[in-house]
Write a protein of this length. Structure first.
Length: 183
C-alpha cells in the first residue's frame, strides 16, 4: 500500500478501518472528512486474500477487486528514477472500450490515478506511464519510466523501462449507485 501511496502525490492515507458491519458508511465518512471524491481501500482477509475497493463517493460506484499478484519495486530490483510527484500518462488497452463494465472501470481508474494538473503536490511534467491492460478478464497495472535514449537532428527516440511493479486485479463485485460493502 505504501508503494501505491508513493505513486500518487494527491492521495491522503489514513489508518485502519475497524468497523466491519458499517465499513461502507465509515469509508464514506472518511472520504468526506478528507475532502476527497475517491477512495482506494485495501482489505486483507484471513491473512492471505487481499482485496482492493475502489470507491467514488458520495453515492458513486464502488468496485471490489481480488488482488492476485503484487510485485514491488524492491522485489524486482529495478530502481528506475521517475521523480516523486510527477504526473503519469495513463494508457488503456483497447479492451476497455468493448463493454460497459470495462468503460466504467476505465473512467474510475482515470479519475483515481489521473493526478490533477494544478495539484499542489504534483509536478507540471510527465516522466512515467501507468499502463492498464485487460488479459483474461484481469486488469494488469504496470508503471514505466519514460526517458530519452538519444537525440538526433530528426527527433528523439524514447525508451520505456519497467520501474515499479505489476499488479493483477480480478473484478469480484461492482456497485453502481451507493457505496455498500458486502461481507
Amino acid at each position: 500500500m505504501l508503494n501505491m501511496v508513493s505513486l500518487l502525490p494527491h492521495c491522503k492515507k489514513d489508518s485502519k478501518v475497524e468497523a466491519k458491519s458499517s465499513k461502507g458508511a465509515t469509508l464514506n465518512e472518511l472520504v468526506e472528512l478528507k475532502g476527497s471524491s475517491s477512495c482506494l481501500f485495501f482489505e486483507c482477509r484471513k491473512h492471505k486474500d487481499l482485496y482492493l475497493w475502489m470507491v467514488k463517493s458520495p453515492g458513486g460506484p464502488s468496485v471490489k477487486f481480488l488482488v492476485n499478484a503484487v510485485h514491488t519495486m524492491e522485489e524486482l530490483k529495478l530502481t528506475g528514477n521517475h521523480l516523486k510527484g510527477s504526473r503519469p500518462l495513463l494508457t488503456f488497452s483497447s479492451n476497455f472500450d468493448k463493454d460497459v463494465h470495462w468503460k466504467l472501470l476505465k473512467e474510475m481508474l482515470t479519475q483515481i490515478f489521473g493526478i490533477p494538473k494544478e495539484h499542489r503536490k504534483s509536478k507540471p511534467y510527465h516522466d512515467h506511464v501507468f499502463v492498464f491492460s485487460i488479459v483474461d478478464d484481469h486488469i494488469w497495472f504496470r508503471n514505466y519510466q519514460v526517458g530519452c535514449l538519444e537525440r538526433f537532428s530528426f527527433g528523439n527516440f524514447f525508451f520505456f523501462f519497467f520501474h515499479f511493479r505489476y499488479l493483477c486485479l480480478t473484478t469480484s463485485q461492482t456497485r453502481l449507485h451507493e457505496v455498500v460493502l458486502i461481507k
